[in-house]
Design a protein around this ligand. Structure first.
Ligand SMILES: NC(=O)c1ccc[n+]([C@@H]2O[C@H](COP(=O)([O-])OP(=O)(O)OC[C@H]3O[C@@H](n4cnc5c(N)ncnc54)[C@H](OP(=O)(O)O)[C@@H]3O)[C@@H](O)[C@H]2O)c1
Length: 340
């Protein structure tokens, strides 16, 4: 089978297409024949060496993918050969990710894909949607599960709603009944955030974004899903409701923040830090179930009409796919790995 590997850190030129024997699933594992793989910033950050030394001598990148189960290991009871599935954290603490034709994954990181859902959609869920689910389910006065109505009466502010995680946060929050406000840097990104389901879009380059959000939500927002805290935390503190939650999942635009303690504790708000890799199996399971329910319900989609333009690259050009994500591609970058 064909696989893309790297054996040293570096720019996308370290990625190489090779032939490898498919592995056999062990206890609690399944093997998935990947049709589509999704690329996320974490894939190039790991490859570039930004997360420390390589943990394995040879790594196949890719946490996210969608395909068909083609072998089932011992002790797996809830998945069968032929199941269409989506994956999460396929490469977490493992050498083999989704940029290969057949990948062995722990069964608890594999979820059955609803019949009507495409492989493009399945491969776009993992990292972005699970991160968004976590950010939306940790607030003091809010739900720990998402379902229609779960966020009714709540206002959610999604920073950067044209990003992959931002898009997922808008779609899930809207499906769960929230009023959604999103910030963006351009009109084009505003159109995408609106297509994703945002009720209100604020161009943060255009005047006083905090005042614009206050106009839309005079009592403040219940939840913030934040990608760029170095730029936005003062704004977030300025618009959060008492006992609201500011969920921070990235350090885009800077790694350090300065806040006024008095101004911040006056909000009685929480900062919820979000990192997928240490969120724990129970949170991953809840996210997989709720995200799959949203997909089955027609509440989550991909493509321009859902605010997430798709960019396809063939497996042999995985380096281009990584470079596209690193360069800030708008939408979802996918790798065409195999046929269905
Ligand atoms: N903690 C975790 O577990 C976790 C999980 C997933 C992703 N991440 C991280 O999250 C980040 C985003 O991932 P992604 O896949 O969504 O990337 P992406 O699709 O490239 O989106 C990044 C978005 O950030 C927005 N942004 C940057 N500065 C902003 C600002 N000051 N205010 C509002 N929006 C701003 C950009 O939009 P504008 O042009 O509109 O500013 C862009 O749409 C990456 O750093 C990734 O590594 C972390």
């Amino acid at each position: 089978m064909r696989a893309v590997v790297y054996t040293e850190s570096g720019d996308s030129s370290v990625l190489e297409l090779v032939e490898r024997e498919p592995a056999e699933p062990g206890p609690g594992e399944v093997r998935v024949r990947i049709v589509r793989a999704g690329v996320n910033p974490t894939d190039w950050k790991f490859r570039a060496g930004g997360m420390g030394e390589l943990a394995f001598p040879e790594i196949v990148p890719g946490q996210d993918g969608a395909g068909v189960v083609d072998a089932v290991g011992p002790e797996v009871t809830d998945l069968a050969v032929g199941d269409r599935v989506w994956t999460m954290l396929a490469q977490h603490q493992r050498p083999g990710g989704t940029a290969q034709e057949q990948v062995v994954i722990p069964a608890d990181r594999v979820t059955v894909l609803p019949d009507a859902a495409s492989y493009d959609l399945g491969a776009s869920l993992g990292v972005p949607a699970v991160t968004a689910h976590r950010a939306l389910t940790t607030s003091e006065d809010g739900p720990d599960r998402l379902a229609p109505g779960a966020l009714s009466g709540m206002t959610v502010l999604v920073a950067g709603g044209a990003g992959a995680v931002g898009n997922a946060a808008i779609q899930l929050a809207r499906w769960a009944g929230a009023t959604v406000v999103s910030t963006v840097s351009s009109d084009e990104k505003g159109r995408l955030a609106t297509a994703a389901g945002a009720h209100h879009v604020v161009n943060y380059r255009d005047g006083d974004a905090a005042a614009a959000i206050r106009d839309l939500a005079p009592d403040g927002v219940d939840l913030v899903v934040e990608v760029a805290p170095a730029q936005n935390l003062r704004l977030d503190v300025g618009v959060i409701k008492p006992r609201g939650t500011i969920a921070i999942y990235a350090n885009n635009g800077g790694d350090e923040v300065t806040l006024s303690v008095r101004e911040t504790f006056s909000t009685n708000a929480r900062f919820q830090w979000v990192l997928l890799y240490t969120v724990g199996q129970e949170a991953l399971r809840r996210a997989a179930e709720d995200i799959t329910a949203a997909v089955a319900d027609g509440g989550f989609g991909v493509g321009e009409e859902h605010g997430l333009p798709l960019h396809h690259h063939p497996l042999e050009r995985t380096a281009e796919a990584h470079a596209a994500v690193e360069d800030g591609a708008i939408g979802k970058v996918l790798i065409d790995v195999g046929d269905h």
